[in-house]
Ligand binder design. Structure first.
Ligand code: T4K
Length: 384
């Protein structure tokens, strides 16, 4: 049997580099609670992501829940609805529900798989308190349309940018500059990791200060708590990993880009009609991730949507028999989870179709070209 190829593998800095970084912890005995490494990483990330204020968290989920809690307005007895996408990881919907809001699911765009602004606008009512779109797979949402909706109805947009680390718009703006706040995940499986970790980017210092207090039990300098809080601070060990990984992020994204390009070449071979703007390849009836004009992507995931003639589940099983492990990111839709399926919601036919037919292929910076070829070859053999 050939060696297993997992859907992903974390990027790690050279061991000596990390050891050198954490040596400082043995010198100053500072393990957590906003230590110097946390401070260093925070400043470096603000610079790298091109955002004004970043607050670091234990993980992306805590970061998103905190942003929703602090930014979306809860009103007793008046309805607490947040419009969001069901085509996402469990975390997005749990963060909404966990902050005491009711998720209202809207459909996604068939090309980018991100929340469709028109579908969102049709669902806005007096109970709507916020919108939580997701830059799924690092594809940017239609942020201009959401900005207009936000202004028109005076409701905040809080982005789940878990997948969008380092993505820049055609104008060179970081993904984290859109909306009232953006959450990034630095989980081990992400293009950039701090082992576990996450952050919220916001424009104003005041909200950043509140978020920072919130993740330290709501406590201010004098020891008083003006609000309830939690414990979601990033440790110095996680920050050290982030500092090291950030030094290599350019190289990591370049390697991921090369792997994605190789996949695309192999999967669209001989298809003269392949359209990179839609990602549709007629030859084998597959849809790849489209190129977003002018943006600088991060090659976070390599999802393939199948036409439905062959079931994604079946393809995944056949690949597993070859020791190749893909993931159904994202199936089922979060609106179909047992804990949400009884919530009233409208139809989401596009999300239903994409979710049923999508598979994320193995992708990580150090993936060998021979393994990329092995995955593409096995996949083509199944779908041909
Ligand atoms: N919003 C969105 C849209 C998200 O996708 C996520 C997280 C969040 C919010 C929340 O952010 P965090 O709170 O996680 O920071 C993974 C990740 O755990 C999760 O972070 C991620 N999204 C989600 C899409 O994927 P699983 O259950 O698929 O991971 P797991 O453990 O099965 O790992 C996948 C493969 O990666 C394994 O087969 C082997 C490899 N792996 C994994 C880990 C953890 C390693 O080689 N080493 C490792 O340490 O959820």
């Amino acid at each position: 049997m050939k060696k297993p190829i997992q859907v992903t593998r974390p990027s790690l800095p050279p061991f000596e580099e990390y050891a050198e970084e954490i040596k400082k912890i043995w010198e100053n005995y500072r393990l957590t609670n906003f230590g110097p490494l946390e401070e260093e990483l925070r400043a470096a990330l603000e610079e790298f992501l091109g955002v004004e204020n970043i607050v670091l968290f234990t993980n992306g989920h805590q970061a998103l829940e905190a942003a929703i809690k602090l930014i979306a307005e809860r009103r007793e007895g008046e309805g607490n609805e947040i419009i969001t996408t069901p085509f996402t990881f469990a975390s997005t919907t749990h963060a909404i529900a966990g902050s005491g809001f009711r998720p209202v699911f809207a459909d996604i765009d068939p090309v980018t798989y991100t929340l469709d602004p028109q579908k969102v606008e049709a669902l806005i009512g007096p109970k709507t308190r916020a919108i939580v779109p997701v830059h799924v797979y690092g594809m940017l949402c239609d942020t201009a349309a959401f900005e207009n909706i936000s202004r028109k109805y005076n409701i905040p947009v809080i982005y789940d940018a878990a997948h969008a680390f380092g993505v820049r718009t055609a104008e060179g703006k970081g993904a984290g500059t859109a909306g009232a706040a953006s959450m990034f995940s630095f989980h081990a499986t992400k293009a950039f990791n701090t082992v576990e970790g996450g952050a919220v980017a916001v424009k104003d210092k005041e909200t950043a200060e509140k978020l920072r207090k919130f993740c330290n039990f709501g406590l201010g300098d004098g020891g008083d708590a003006e609000m309830t809080g939690t414990n979601a601070k990033m440790t110095e060990f996680a920050a050290a990993m982030g500092i090291c990984n950030l030094r290599h992020i350019g190289e990591v994204i370049k390697k991921r880009e090369q792997i994605c390009k190789t996949y695309t070449e192999l999967l669209t071979e001989g298809d003269n009609g392949f359209d990179p703007a839609t990602g549709i390849s007629g030859k084998y009836g597959i849809k790849l991730l489209p190129e977003q004009k002018g943006t600088f992507p991060n090659y976070a995931y390599y999802p393939v949507v199948f036409s439905g003639n062959i079931k994604a589940e079946e393809i995944a099983e056949k690949l597993a028999a070859e020791n190749i492990f893909v993931r159904r990111y994202f199936f089922p839709l979060t609106s179909d989870f047992s804990c949400y399926k009884n919530l009233p919601h409208g139809e989401t036919p596009v999300a239903d179709r994409i979710s049923a037919n999508v598979l994320a292929l193995p992708l990580y910076a150090d993936m060998e070209e021979a393994d990329v070829r092995r995955v593409a070859k096995a996949l083509l053999k199944i779908i041909k």
